[in-house]
Design a protein around this ligand. Structure first.
Ligand SMILES: *[C@@H]1O[C@H](CO)[C@@H](O)[C@H](O)[C@H]1NC(C)=O
Ligand SMILES: *[C@@H]1O[C@H](CO)[C@@H](O)[C@H](O)[C@H]1NC(C)=O
Ligand SMILES: *[C@@H]1O[C@H](CO)[C@@H](O)[C@H](O)[C@H]1NC(C)=O
Length: 478
């Protein structure tokens, strides 16, 4: 009996090792730009339900950090770009940030923090150099403060860069080099990363390669092979993800830092807001990526497993759409924590859905739509422009989930506005042109959402109630 159970235990633990090994390098980015965030403890439970063991945050929001405490999930904590100036200007600001946002959680039963991400894509071309001078000194101050706080090199400071920090004129990885305008600060950062044995974090987006150039061969954005691979010395590239990754390896090599480890800080595919952003292409991208990660065969220049953080966890309706409307649709889960398409994190290609976030509460089943008798085109256009200036309309348009006529668009925008304002009846007026209905106006792929109760609002209500109760008690006790 004893022998049998030992054998069973061995087999089970072996299976466990084999099963978990695939997902070893896999993490997810958890952004916080949603107007109605879910309760972070429900989100953490979902991460555990799905076997996700690593997350990357963009800040250190206390409720999120609290929810992650004791979860065993490894966490990258972020410092937003707008804090870089202050942290770079005085060491004491870095000390304060570390004390408040790292030391507080760095204990047994606290948060298992792996890295501090200093800034987010600070050298992005479209930032026009705004964070050019502050990134390195901020990184230096944070690493020093971490060391002084006694994290014993366990927690390392890194900088997540966009892949636009390097380029290759011909598209061949071997011609890769860091962008000239950022090179001298980049060299300082590389030196610091190396002396700390910290990895280089890079965000790689085949979707953007496709979206930004009409000449980009579509199949090169995915992992199913191509009739026109890129040949480079003795290597053949069949997808832009590998080519981009190896362009970084070459860029590092040319400045003497080829031994830095590379982590993919973000990789993903959006599902709406662009003609190439939909669930079918997103599934195709993730199927290919996850299968590739499971095989652990890396890229032509780095034949080993890759550490990747998917982007992102949920849709975020308050993200800036300056780069494009797709920005609000990167979630592998929707705004309400439901999976959008089948996804097998083990890379075995099983056609199953991720487990959804539990405990999400929806508002009443009602929608705001346009009164059917409004037909004047110029009035409709005015209403559409107004509503869309106040709410999220990024799903509207040709080739997107909501390809509607003008009246349909106005209804969509009215509903989006109404839901975003927590179904307040006054926000479905529109000078008498709006009306509340109980009939779901959703059509085909175009879903008219029902908003969820946001964790924050519920907390505020409870807080307000307890203050009120406190006041009542005070009045009565006097
Ligand atoms: C700690 O992080 C939070 C959330 O990102 C931020 O609001 C706060 O200002 C940070 N603390 C310091 C001292 O900068
Ligand atoms: C960068 O410069 C462009 C062109 O001058 C401008 O449109 C944009 O707003 C600038 N962005 C930032 C973040 O300063
Ligand atoms: C539509 O509305 C505009 C603005 O109120 C008005 O000037 C125009 O005459 C209307 N058109 C029709 C066909 O009623």
């Amino acid at each position: 009996m004893v022998r049998v159970s030992i054998l069973v235990t061995c087999v089970i633990s072996l299976m466990f090792v084999v099963l978990t090994d695939h997902a070893q390098g896999l993490g997810v980015n958890w952004g916080a730009m949603a107007s109605h965030p879910m309760d972070p403890s429900n989100v953490v439970k979902m991460l555990k339900d799905n076997g996700i063991k690593k997350v990357k945050l963009f800040d250190a929001e206390p409720a999120t950090m609290k929810a992650l405490s004791g979860s065993g999930i490894s966490v990258i904590v972020g410092i937003p770009n707008d804090k870089l100036a202050s942290i770079s200007s005085a060491y004491k600001h870095a000390q304060k940030w570390v004390k408040e946002n790292i030391t507080k959680y760095d204990h047994n039963g606290g948060v298992d923090i792996s890295y501090v991400a200093v800034g987010n894509e600070p050298f992005l071309t479209s930032y026009n150099g705004s964070f050019y001078k502050t990134t390195f000194p901020a990184l230096q101050n944070i690493q020093k403060a971490l060391d002084e706080a006694g994290t014993r090199q366990k927690i390392k400071a890194i900088v997540p860069f966009n892949a636009d920090v390097y380029e290759s004129a011909s598209g061949k990885p071997s011609e890769g080099q860091f962008r000239k305008d950022i090179k001298s600060e980049m060299l300082k950062i590389l030196g610091l990363l190396k002396s700390n044995k910290s990895p280089f974090f890079v965000n790689i987006y085949p979707f953007l390669s496709l979206q930004q150039s009409s000449h980009f061969p579509k199949e090169f954005a995915f992992f199913d092979g191509t009739s026109k691979p890129v040949r480079d010395n003795n290597h053949e590239y069949t997808n832009v993800f590998d080519a981009n990754h190896d362009t970084l390896i070459w860029s590092l090599k040319k400045v003497g830092y080829q031994d830095l480890d590379i982590v993919i800080g973000e990789a993903g595919w959006p599902t709406d807001g662009d003609k190439n952003a939909n669930k079918i292409l997103a599934k195709k991208f993730y199927d290919g990526l996850l299968k590739k990660l499971a095989k652990a065969d890396g890229t032509p220049l780095q034949k080993e497993y890759l550490e990747v953080y998917l982007f992102g966890l949920t849709d975020e309706d308050q993200k800036s759409i300056a780069p494009g409307d797709f920005e609000r649709h990167w979630g592998i889960l929707g705004y309400d924590g439901k999976p959008k398409f089948p996804m097998d994190l083990t890379g075995k290609g099983n056609n199953k859905m991720l487990k959804a976030v539990q405990g999400v509460e929806y508002m009443e089943k009602q929608w705001c739509v346009l009164n059917s008798d409004v037909r004047n085109g110029s009035i409709l256009q005015t209403e559409l422009n107004y509503a869309c200036s106040q709410t999220d309309c990024s799903s509207l348009g040709g080739g997107r989930s909501c390809d509607l006529d003008l009246q349909g668009k106005v209804s969509y925008a009215f509903n989006s506005f109404f839901q975003s304002r927590d179904q307040d009846v006054r926000t479905c007026n529109f000078d008498g042109k709006g009306t509340i209905t109980k009939d779901d106006p959703s059509k085909g792929t175009c879903v008219f959402n029902i908003q969820i109760y946001s964790a924050g609002v519920r907390h505020q209500v409870t807080y307000a109630l307890s203050i009120f109760a406190g006041l009542v008690l005070m009045i009565f006790s006097h």
